[in-house]
Design a protein around this ligand. Structure first.
Ligand code: GTP
Ligand code: MG
Length: 221
């Protein structure tokens, strides 16, 4: 038994998180510059990761929407920080879709601008409660991931690793992939020790991720 594992979710936890995320999410703001972020309200949760890992797809899976966040087969789709909130002035939670890092083909200037924006946002946003750092389960941690994790560690910004595209890894290999990444981040000070695994394609792990976010909101009031 892993002593650091969070207590399991009850059916009630899963159901109330499902209901919460079934709400009417809408796009509220896009930023390309750190001095153009939306006014802070409630709590924010950001989804970071290399280009094409499935950040936008995960936001769609969480909110049960096909195209709240735009996705694409080609890397470099999301080019701004995109902020989503519940319609009707519900400011409890803002979900933030980020541009991907580590994708050179968009050009040097853009890569530099995105990288700066990503790092500035991740270390400086006061109402950012948790960052989910997405890693493609087929590829594991890369050098650019390490740079982002270092920024988060330095800023003491709490983050959790989510392995994406679980459906693309053989079922018999999944536990070893989770364990390997867990070992790689074991000494990182701001990392949540438990590594999650999801699939936007099959929905695996989505109810648990919703419940984990619900628990965070409940804990932090
Ligand atoms: P950028 O915005 O370019 O940084 O990419 P992103 O991280 O937002 O990725 P996006 O959600 O656009 O998905 C990239 C590609 O991966 C798309 O072709 C998705 O259909 C695919 N994809 C996303 N999630 C999954 C998944 O769980 N399983 C599989 N097999 N493919 C997925
Ligand atoms: Mg995207």
């Amino acid at each position: 038994m892993n002593a650091s594992a969070a207590p399991p979710f009850t059916p009630d936890d899963l159901e109330s998180a499902r209901k919460f995320f079934a709400g009417p999410w809408e796009f509220v703001w896009a930023s390309t510059r750190i001095d153009d972020l939306p006014p802070m309200a409630g709590r924010e949760i950001a989804f970071a990761g290399r280009s094409n890992v499935g950040k936008s797809s995960l936001i769609n899976a969480l909110t049960g929407r096909n195209a709240l966040a735009r996705t694409s087969r080609t890397p470099g789709r999301t080019q701004q920080l995109n902020f989503f909130r519940m319609a009707g002035g519900d400011e409890r939670l803002t979900l933030v879709d980020m541009p991907g890092y580590g994708f050179a083909a968009v050009g040097k200037d853009k890569v530099a601008a995105w990288t700066r924006l990503i790092h500035d946002y991740l270390r400086g946003r006061a109402n950012l409660m948790r960052v989910y750092v997405l890693i493609d389960a087929r590829h594991g941690l890369k050098e650019t991931d390490g740079e982002v994790l270092a920024t988060l560690d330095k800023a003491a910004m709490s983050y959790q690793i989510v392995l994406t595209k679980a459906d693309a890894v053989k079922a018999s290999d999944r536990a070893a992939v989770v364990a390997g990444v867990g070992e790689a981040i074991r000494r990182r000070p701001a990392a949540f020790p438990e590594v999650l695994m999801t699939s936007g394609e099959t929905g695996a792990g989505i109810p648990e991720l919703r419940a984990a976010i619900g628990r965070l909101l409940a804990e932090q009031g």
